[in-house]
Structure formats: structure tokens, C-alpha cells
Design a protein around this ligand. Structure first.
Ligand code: NAP
Length: 285
């Protein structure tokens, strides 16, 4: 049996992993929420690894409030950089392999074609900086790592764009949504399966990978699809980023090239709209 520790287990990715464990009978799971294991406390992390026999760790813990991070750099860094470092050190010491989740926000968004893993990183906000520092800590400390950069993560759990849009639809007749930021939504349920397959296959092709659903869209088109697929009639107005000021700057284009992960796992990735239908079905269960 292979034992897998999942940190940040109550987040949306953590919960999506919990949902499909029965499909991976060769894996045993230890789910740790923030109360069970705070990844920012190095000694607690080391103690946890020393008192449990762990083969793989999936670090789903993260400071994910992108706008809050602008005025809370210390905590963003504590979780996303130091937390990642603590996890990598404990993995290194105990010969544990690590899957870490990172973000499209490590890129500046100035490209107009999909980002490959070899493209230059250049975060435009505090959250992206803190995640990039976390990646670099892991790379320095631990050889046996998979860093998966993903984008626009959503699911039936937690706080995310799909759920925000459905919530707003309950008391709004119209909505303005940004139409000049391009990227690809990622259903966390799909990402969960990809991560568990890497572990099930005992892959040793360590390194940085991109994963999102297929296709390119804008937040406006994503919102439109959410309402169309839910049979909700709502007037949506496409607007420019400049007309929707946020504390954190966002990359204008963050489509990820997924050739590398497709080759490694030999998988077909679903189009974002197909996955949206799956997520809505789960949400409406
Ligand atoms: N959401 C996106 O659009 C997106 C896009 C690209 C990449 N990612 C990355 O994907 C990963 C998973 O994202 P997600 O959307 O599942 O995040 P999420 O729903 O915000 O879950 C993150 C979890 O981490 C926990 N956590 C925070 N600080 C912690 C700490 N010090 N120790 C242990 N746990 C801690 C949180 O607990 P509390 O709720 O108690 O704070 C939460 O349960 C993150 O690394 C994120 O950076 C997310």
C-alpha cells in the first residue's frame, strides 16, 4: 500500500481528492486540514512526518486570496513560500515524494501563445510572487517533486468563480464581467484525478508541469457558459479590466501549454466547457 498525505484537505482540491479515493484502492490516505497540520510550523511538519509512515505528499494547502495578499504579504509568504519549504524539507528528510500545486499567476501574461514550462516566470502580484518562491524552495530542497501549475481552479466546493456567479444570479438581473483576461478554467475534480494518477503510476518523471482543462476563454465567456449550462437568464455585460479595478493585478493571458503532462500521463484532457457541465452536475446534486 502507498500512503499519501494530503495537506489543506478541506480546500476545494483537497475535497475533490477525498471524493475519488475509492477509485484508487492501491492508495491509503491521510487527510490533514489546517488544524491537524499547519504547514507554516516547521517542527509540527517534521513531527507529523516522523510519526506517520508517508510515501507521497500532495500539498493542497495554500493562501489563495489573491487580492487580500496585496496587503498581507507576510501571511501569503508564510503559507505559500515558507509552508512549501517546510513540506519539502520534511519530504527530503523522510524520503517522501511531493506533488505541489502552483499557479498560472507565476507568469506576467504578456505572451499571446500558451505558456510552456520553460517560459520565463515574472509574477505581477504578491500571491504569484509567494507561489513562485514556494516553487523555488521545493526545487532547491527536494529532487523528487512534481510542481503542477494550474489555472482558474473551480469546483462544487469552497469559494470560486462558478459558485460566485451562481450566487450573484440569485439577486441580480445583470452582471458585468471582465472580457479581456484570457485563460482556461480547471475543474478541480479533473486535477485531483491527474494528481492521483501520477502517484498510482509511481511516476519518476519529476519536474514542473502545466495542467488546466483544454481551450481558451475569458471570465465573461466563462460566466456566460455557467449561466447557459444552468438555464439561468441573466444579462451579462463584457467589460475591460480597467473598468473592474482589483487590488491585485492579473495576467492578461495565462493559457497553459499542456503538451508535457499529456505526454507523461498519456491522457486526453477535457475541454473546459465539458468539465463545467460535470462540475455543475456535482454542485446541483
Ligand atoms: N483557486 C484557484 O483559482 C487556483 C488557481 C491556480 C492554482 N491554485 C493553487 O491550487 C492549490 C489548491 O487551491 P484551492 O483552490 O483548493 O485552495 P483553497 O480552496 O483555498 O484551499 C486551500 C486550503 O489550504 C488551507 N490552508 C491555508 N493555510 C494553511 C496552513 N498554514 N496550513 C495548512 N493548511 C492551510 C486552507 O485552510 P483555511 O480555509 O482554514 O484557510 C484551505 O483549506 C493552492 O496551492 C493554490 O495556490 C489555485
Amino acid at each position: 500500500m502507498t500512503t499519501v498525505l494530503v495537506t489543506g484537505a478541506d480546500g476545494q482540491l483537497g475535497q475533490c481528492i477525498q471524493n475519488i479515493t475509492h477509485q484508487f484502492p492501491s492508495l491509503d490516505f491521510l487527510f490533514a486540514d489546517r488544524n491537524t497540520l499547519d504547514i507554516t510550523v516547521a517542527n509540527d511538519v517534521l513531527d507529523f512526518f516522523e510519526t506517520h509512515a508517508i510515501d507521497w505528499c500532495i500539498n493542497c494547502a495554500g493562501y489563495t486570496a489573491v487580492d487580500n495578499a496585496e496587503n498581507d504579504q507576510e501571511n501569503a509568504c508564510k503559507v505559500n513560500s515558507i509552508g512549501a519549504k517546510n513540506m519539502a524539507q520534511a519530504c527530503q528528510k523522510n524520503d517522501v515524494k511531493m506533488v505541489h500545486i502552483s499557479t498560472d499567476f507565476v507568469y506576467d501574461g504578456l505572451k499571446t501563445t500558451p505558456y510552456t514550462e520553460l517560459d520565463k516566470t515574472n509574477p505581477v502580484n504578491v500571491y504569484g510572487e509567494s507561489k513562485l518562491k514556494g516553487e523555488n524552495e521545493i526545487k532547491q530542497i527536494l529532487d523528487k517533486h512534481f510542481i503542477i501549475r494550474t489555472s482558474w481552479l473551480y469546483s462544487e466546493y469552497g469559494n470560486n468563480f462558478m459558485k460566485t456567479m451562481l450566487g450573484l444570479a440569485q439577486d441580480r438581473q445583470e452582471l458585468s464581467v471582465v472580457n479581456d483576461q484570457l485563460g482556461t478554467p480547471t475543474y478541480a475534480g479533473d486535477l485531483a484525478r491527474v494528481v492521483l494518477n501520477i502517484i498510482k503510476l509511481r511516476s519518476q518523471d519529476y519536474g514542473v508541469y502545466h495542467y488546466s482543462n483544454e481551450g481558451i476563454t475569458s471570465w465573461f465567456e466563462f460566466a456566460k457558459a455557467i449561466f447557459e449550462e444552468s438555464n439561468i437568464e441573466l444579462y451579462i455585460i463584457p467589460i475591460d479590466t480597467k473598468d473592474y479595478p482589483t487590488l491585485a493585478k492579473r495576467p492578461r493571458y495565462s493559457v497553459l501549454d499542456k503538451s508535457k503532462i499529456k505526454k507523461m500521463l498519456n491522457v486526453e484532457i477535457l475541454d473546459w466547457r465539458q468539465s463545467l457541465r460535470k462540475a455543475l452536475l456535482k454542485f446541483n446534486l
